[in-house]
Design a protein. Structure first.
Length: 94
């Protein structure tokens, strides 16, 4: 596996990016800085920053069927609803 570098991600995160996933219009990234970010691929800009993890976000997944975002760190899983404005955490599993 090789390091993934993209100008958007290096500007948006303060620490290395550990995970990315995407749809045709949106990219999701998770970082050692404890944040997950949502990026608009058409506009090439950050849409939201999900800042509620106590440590690195190791995995980000988007469930297209339920329209939910899952972020995973060492100790917790958070479920986010991107249809809410601002995006909010709807459940935390420990």
């Amino acid at each position: 596996m090789f390091p993934f570098f993209h100008p958007l991600l290096t500007v948006g995160h303060r620490r290395p990016v550990l995970t990315v996933t995407a749809t045709s219009e949106v990219l999701f990234s998770g970082s050692k800085d404890g944040t997950a970010k949502i990026w608009d691929l058409n506009k090439c800009e950050e849409v939201y920053s999900l800042n509620d993890h106590p440590d690195a976000v190791n995995v980000v997944r988007y469930d297209e069927y339920n329209k939910l975002i899952y972020t995973v760190s060492k100790s917790i899983i958070k479920i986010w609803d991107p249809r809410e404005h601002p995006v909010c955490c709807v459940n935390t599993l420990q």
